[in-house]
Design a protein around this ligand. Sequence first.
Ligand code: ATP
Ligand code: MG
Ligand code: MG
Ligand code: MG
Length: 558
Amino acid sequence: MKMSKLYAPTLKEDPTEAELASHRLLLRAGMIRRGAAGLYSYLPLAWRTISKIEAIIREEMEAIDAQEMLTPILTDAELWHQSGRWDAYGPELMRVSDRHDHEFALGPTHEETYTDLVRNELRSYKQLPVTLYHIQDKFRDELRPRFGLMRGREFIMKDAYSFSATQESLQECYDQEKDAYASIMERSGLKALQVVADSGQIGGDTSVEFMALADAGEADLVYCDDCGFAADTEAAVVGIHVEEGPGSELEKIETPCDGTIEAVSKLLDLPECACRKSVALVAEDGTLVLAIVPGDHEINDVKAEHLFGHYDLMSDDELEKCGLVKGFMGPVGANGLKVVADVSLKDSQSWLVGANEVGFHFKGAKPGRDFQVDEWADLASAKEGDACPKCGAKLKGARGIECGQVFQLGTKYSEAMGATFADEDGKEKPLIMGCYGIGVSRMVSAIVEQHHDEHGIIWPVSVAPYEVEVVPLDVNDDLVWPVAVKIASDLVAAGIEVVVDDRKERPGVKFNDADLYGFPYQIVCGKKAVKNGNVEVKDRATGERQELSIDEVVAMVV
Ligand code: ATP
Ligand code: MG
Ligand code: MG
Ligand code: MG
C-alpha cells in the first residue's frame, strides 16, 4: 500500500473532545471518525485491526466447536416481551417501529434471538450441547457514550450462546469459552485480568469479566497477588450480575455530597447510623433518599434477579416494619449506586438494594429466597487494602477496561421463552444456557491504551493494521526509491503487510507519522545508508534502531 493512497488522514493537533490516549490517537492516526455521539466510522486502518481481532476470535471459536452464523440486528419486540426485558432493559434499548407500528429493538445483545432460534430445533438431549455465535453491530443507548470506541452506542460485539442439557455440560462450555477468551486477549496483545463478576448465588464463578488493565478503564478492580482472587468491585459489592437499567438516568441528577454514609447522614441531619452497610443514597427526582436499617440484621437469602425496570418508594408501613427512616427500592445509577438484589432477613422478609459506594438498604415483606450471601457480604466492602476474602492477604486495586464477559445464564431465558428439550428420560426440560460476549471494537481502544507512547500507537504485531512501514527519505532519489520499492515488494511476496511512504514529505513529517500510525517496524531508507548498501530498521516498541544490509533486511523482518 502506498501511503499517498492510504485513507488515513492524520491530525496534527490533539482533538479537544478526546480525553483518553486511545481516543486521541485513534482520531489523530486517521483510524476512526465520529458521526455522532457514540457512533464511529472505522477507517481502513482500524478496519484492518478489527479484521485481525475477528480472525483471532474465529480461530479460537473454531477450536472449541462454536459455530459462526448471523442473525438480524433488528429484533422483534415480541421476543423481548416474552423474556420480560422489553420493560426491564430500560432506556438503553434502542426501539424502533415499522410503518405498521410493529415494534422492534436494535439488538444490544441477543439472548432472546438465539433462544427463539433454537427453541423449535433443539428438541432432544442428543443434539446438545451446541454453541452458536456471531460478530455483529450492537446498539445500546448508553447514558454517556464516550471515549471513542470504548463506549459507543453502536459497537461491534462477538456474542456466543451455548445450549446444554445439564449443568455439567454448561460448565464445560463455559470453561471452554473462558479459556478461549483468555487466548483471544493474549493473542491480541492485551494484558487482561479475569475478574469475578458474579460471586454470589451459586458461589464459584458463574461469570467472569476480562478486564484489560489500564488507568483509563472505567471498572474498579481488586485483586490478590497471593491466591489469584480478582473481582470487579462493582459486582463484588453485591455479588451478583449488575446490569444498568432505567435507574441509570438518575446519574444526571447531581448529588450534593460525595455519597458516603457520613456525608448523607449529615446532609439530611439524620442520626448516626449504627449499622454496617445498611444505607443507600439514591437520588430520585432530585431528592435524596436514605434508608437506614438499625442493628445487625442477619441476611439469609438473596435472589439475583434483575431489579431494573421497577422501583418504588417504601410505604410508611413498610418503613416502620423494617425500622427504616426512609426507604427506596429500585434501580439507581447515581454516583455508581446500583440496585442489585432482593434478600430476606431472618426476622422479616426484606429487599436488599446494593449500592456501590454506600451500602445496602432494605425493604420489607417478600417470600423467602434460597441463596447464601455470606460470601458477598464480605466482598461488599472489598476495596484496595482490604483483606482478600479468599486468603486474607492484602487486596490490591486496579482499573480495567471490560473487554469480555462470560456468563452462566442457566434457564432464565429458556424458561421464560419456553425453550425446552426432551431429556434422556423423556421429560421436557428447559435448555441450560450460557452467554459469552467480547467487545471487538472496544478491544481496539483497550489495545491502544496499553500500547502507546507520547508519539503515537505501538501496535502489537498480531493486530497491527500493517506490519511494516518502508520510509524512503527521498522519493526522488535514484538510489533510495528503487531500494524502497524492492524491499517492499520482497516483503509483500513474503506475506508481510507493508505501507510505503511514497509522499514527497520532509523526513521529519514521515518519522512523526510513522510513529503515530505505530506499525511495528519501520524500514528507513536514507541516502547515506543506502549508498553503503544498508537501511535502518526501527522497532517501534523498543525504539531500537539497527542498520542492516539491504540484502538481509527482508529475511530479518520476516
Ligand atoms: P459495561 O460494563 O462497560 O457497560 P457491559 O457489562 O454492559 O459493559 P456486556 O453486556 O457484558 O457489556 O457486553 C459484552 C461486551 O461488549 C463487554 O464486555 C464490552 O467489551 C462490550 N461493550 C459493552 N458495551 C459497550 C459499548 N457501549 N461500547 C463498546 N463496547 C461495549
Ligand atoms: Mg453496559
Ligand atoms: Mg459490565
Ligand atoms: Mg459485562
